[in-house]
Design a protein around this ligand. Structure first.
Ligand code: NPW
Ligand code: ATP
Ligand code: MG
Length: 321
């Protein structure tokens, strides 16, 4: 791997992480919302939302289905949980007009909050119910209207892979595909197989073709591109592949992207791309936390152990005082 490709993730973490200051008010360190959580999956949205708080965001919301909400609330009183998403079974006996009204109500529930969010995470544990995904596509359009950045992961990637126009010309979108999700994206957009020999060029053209979104391709090395530059993060990491690590990453990208945006808006001379900085910082931190958790727990390392190591890992790189 060329040395110019590998990002200095620790320096990026030091650059974007804001210092703690008694003058700052609640909300300034980030307000994040996760759109995800259904009957099958309650862990994934919880992991994404709690990771955002553990890194240093002030408020973390979850918009999920009614079945998932009490479960997610029971994991943590720290999260603000909105039971607003609906799956097809709730509208199975409704007329077209009634179903449209339900969809409008779902979107209106998110609309009330949208302008307050610094970043959304769309997809962890969302499921693939067609009615629910249709509502989420409307939520994406709403986020675009308000220029709210969003990270698309898990089933959110299933949605956008099948409706790629949802992302068109939106540089504030970040996609975080795993191996399978990346394969599906490449096939759909570039109409070919994944080419490991030309991984960087292929990632660059994929991001370009989608319209300048940023893509973080997860794997042994995380590869990041916005269609122009390509960066990799290979430091630390762990041999444990327990489910949920991608969810930590998506919540982390949302926080670091928000912080990078804040930093850049205060320094016109900084020509860095906030989405690229956010991805590098999140990847570096997750990989450090995973290695720390593995050093402690070895084969029994779980995603919740990695979340417990986020704070110490960030503290090691940028001490709070
Ligand atoms: N606790 C929770 O609530 C969690 C919920 N989650 C949520 O689940 C939803 C679906 O997401 P996903 O990640 O399970 O779907 P996807 O990527 O299609 O993988 C499916 C299968 O593909 C395989 N496979 C995987 N890697 C591979 C590889 N390198 N090379 C080859 N094959 C590979 C492997 O199956 P195998 O073939 O080994 O049986 C894997 O099981 C989504 O909403 C997500 O957010 C998760 O976040 C986890 C924690
Ligand atoms: N083969 C690997 N070797 C080392 N680290 C890896 C490897 N694969 C993934 N990772 C690390 O784990 C993180 C999560 O990637 P992973 O592929 O597990 O996501 P995911 O499948 O979406 O996870 P989730 O179970 O949360 O859905 C990556 O950002 C990367 O840092
Ligand atoms: Mg995933």
């Amino acid at each position: 791997m060329s040395s110019t490709l590998e990002a200095d993730a620790e320096s990026v973490l030091r650059l974007v992480t804001p210092s703690l200051d008694l003058k700052r008010h609640k909300g300034q360190a980030g307000k994040i919302a996760v759109i995800g959580g259904c009957r099958e999956y309650t862990g994934a949205p919880y992991f994404a939302a709690i990771s955002a708080l553990k890194i240093g965001a002030d408020l973390s919301h979850v918009f999920c289905t009614k079945d998932a909400a009490p479960v997610i609330k029971s994991y943590s009183p720290e999260l603000i949980v909105h039971p607003v998403l609906e799956e097809s079974y709730t509208i199975s006996h409704f007329s077209e007009e009634e179903s449209r009204k339900v969809q409008e109500r779902v979107v209106a529930e998110v609309d009330k909050w949208m302008e307050r969010f610094d970043c959304l995470v769309i997809g962890p544990g969302l499921g693939r119910d067609p009615f629910l995904l249709e509502c989420v596509s409307k939520i994406m359009l709403l986020a675009k209207k308000f220029n709210v950045p969003f990270v698309v992961d898990g089933d959110g990637l299933f949605l956008v892979t099948n409706s790629i126009g949802l992302l068109s010309s939106y540089p504030l979108a970040v996609l975080t595909p795993n191996v399978n999700e990346y394969k599906r994206l490449v096939l759909k957009v570039l109409n070919c197989e994944v080419d490991e020999q030309n991984a960087e060029d292929q990632l660059r053209s994929l991001a370009n073709q989608i319209g300048g979104v940023t893509i973080l391709r997860k794997g042994r090395s995380d590869l990041i591109s916005n269609g122009e530059i390509v960066k990799s993060v290979s430091i630390y990491g762990s041999p444990r592949r327990c489910g949920g690590q991608g969810d930590i990453l998506s919540g982390s990208v949302a926080v670091f992207l928000s912080w990078a945006q804040q930093l850049i808006s205060g320094h016109e001379s900084l020509l860095e791309n906030p989405a690229i900085l956010g991805c590098i910082a999140a990847s570096g931190l997750l990989r450090k936390a995973a290695s720390l958790a593995f050093a402690k727990h070895k084969r029994s390392t779980l995603t919740s152990d990695i979340i417990e190591c986020l704070g110490a890992s960030l503290e090691d790189i940028c001490p709070a005082s």
